[in-house]
Write a protein that binds this ligand. Structure first.
Ligand SMILES: N[C@@H](CCC(=O)N[C@@H](CS)C(=O)NCC(=O)O)C(=O)O
Length: 379
């Protein structure tokens, strides 16, 4: 054994020596309280012969073996939409592109050292949760909103939000509708199994608007029905509307109303029951945030390995053993940035000014620029 456990009992931290306890009859009593603090430290000592023995496999608390399964398989199974340009879009040649897809690739890079070692599983809104619950996919990155019930009773854990969104409404310009109230007595196309459907009902009830929801099984059918004129309005996440507008027959004939109907924090999620896997997905996302904040890009990451800044060195695994704490290589974050890029690069590549979407960063700016994108310390 090259590891010794040293238990230190720190006794007698006598605290609160004078605690005044109110007694029944208004009297006070003095009580002495002694706190016992047990500190257990694990100390690495060299094995016999002076050489450090190989590290023992780390046993992770919290159950689950998703990491081992993915490593044995050599492929990450990642659930996506596949029909949402800019986020995850399945091309005719079978390739997938988009912001969500890049997060699938980032997780594969962190875990397997290869951003290409990932299989995308396109899914509709209604089938996305069953395929994660059943283990068909290891992680879902599919424009999915973090809600309390999904995070608890549905049995999922949400990694940090990668895209702060809100629900919007598209109408035809020539309809004369300029606000939600203009949809009074009208019809709205909406996808089943989404937060969108429920928000629509709540918001219109609050505003006292009578309307008829026309519900479809998947995103493309919802959009096509609106395009064919079957509804007066079409609602989903604003990101979905911006992406979907490009797929309408005449995009210029439609507008997104100036109304945000909900909060839609979108990000990756995993099954309950595997804390280590959850940590891996979480810290892969944080790695992309942290790298943008530190100015580490896919272009300069190798130069940054020689930085003088200890924060950069810890993030990239040149110093410390942060990756090992999750069963990953210590340079997992360097691999992610080298192969996929930091948050800003991922955003710009898929949604930025040089794309058809040209989505302003808004709340998705770094916290240092007034946005919500923030990583806890890599320490
Ligand atoms: N963020 C919402 C809505 C997600 C959603 O599924 N939106 C539809 C409309 S954009 C969609 O992506 N459809 C694509 C599809 O079903 O493939 C949620 O998590 O419920």
């Amino acid at each position: 054994m090259n590891t010794k456990r040293i238990a230190l009992l720190v006794l007698g931290m006598t605290l609160l020596a004078l605690v005044l306890v109110a007694c029944g009859g208004g009297e006070t009593q003095t009580v002495e309280v002694t706190r016992v603090v047990e500190v257990t430290r694990v100390v690495e000592v060299p094995a016999e012969g002076g050489e450090a023995a190989p590290a023992e496999p780390i046993k992770f608390a919290g159950g689950g073996d998703t990491l081992a399964q993915v490593q044995d398989r050599g492929i990450l199974n990642c659930g996506v939409s596949g029909t949402l340009p800019g986020f995850s879009f399945l091309e005719d040649d079978g390739s997938i592109s988009g912001f969500d897809w890049d997060y699938c690739r980032a997780i594969a890079a962190a875990v397997l050292g290869d951003a290409d070692a990932v299989e995308g599983r396109p899914s509709t809104a209604t089938e996305r949760f069953p395929i994660l619950q059943s283990g068909e996919i290891d992680v879902l990155v599919r424009n999915t909103t973090w809600t309390l019930s999904r995070d608890t009773s549905l049995g999922f854990n949400f990694a940090p939000t990668t895209f702060y969104d809100g629900q919007g409404m598209v109408v035809r310009k020539d309809s004369g509708i300029t606000d939600l109230q203009g949809l009074e007595g009208g019809t709205v196309c909406v996808g089943a199994g989404t937060t969108t459907e429920k928000n629509l009902a709540d918001v219109f009830r609050n505003l006292g608007i009578n309307y008829e929801p026309v519900v479809f099984n998947d995103g493309p059918s919802t959009r096509e029905a609106y395009d064919e004129g079957r509804c007066d309005g079409w609602t989903t996440d604003k990101s979905g509307l911006v992406a979907g507008l490009t797929q309408l027959s005449n995009p210029d004939e439609h507008i997104i109303l100036d109304a945000t109907m909900s909060k839609e924090p979108l990000g990756p999620l995993v099954r309950h029951g595997d804390d280590n896997w959850f940590d891996i997905v979480k810290w892969t996302v944080f790695c992309t945030f942290q790298a943008e904040e530190l100015g580490i890009t896919s272009e300069n990451v190798d130069d940054m390995l020689g930085s003088d800044d200890p924060v950069v060195l810890n993030t990239l695994g040149v110093e410390g053993d942060l990756g090992q704490a999750m069963g990953l290589n210590n340079d997992f974050c360097a691999t992610v940035i080298r192969q996929v890029g930091n948050y800003g690069e991922i955003y710009d590549r898929n949604l930025g000014p040089d794309t058809p979407f040209d989505l302003a960063r808004g709340p998705n700016a770094l916290w240092t620029d007034g946005g919500l994108i923030y990583s806890p310390p890599f320490r």
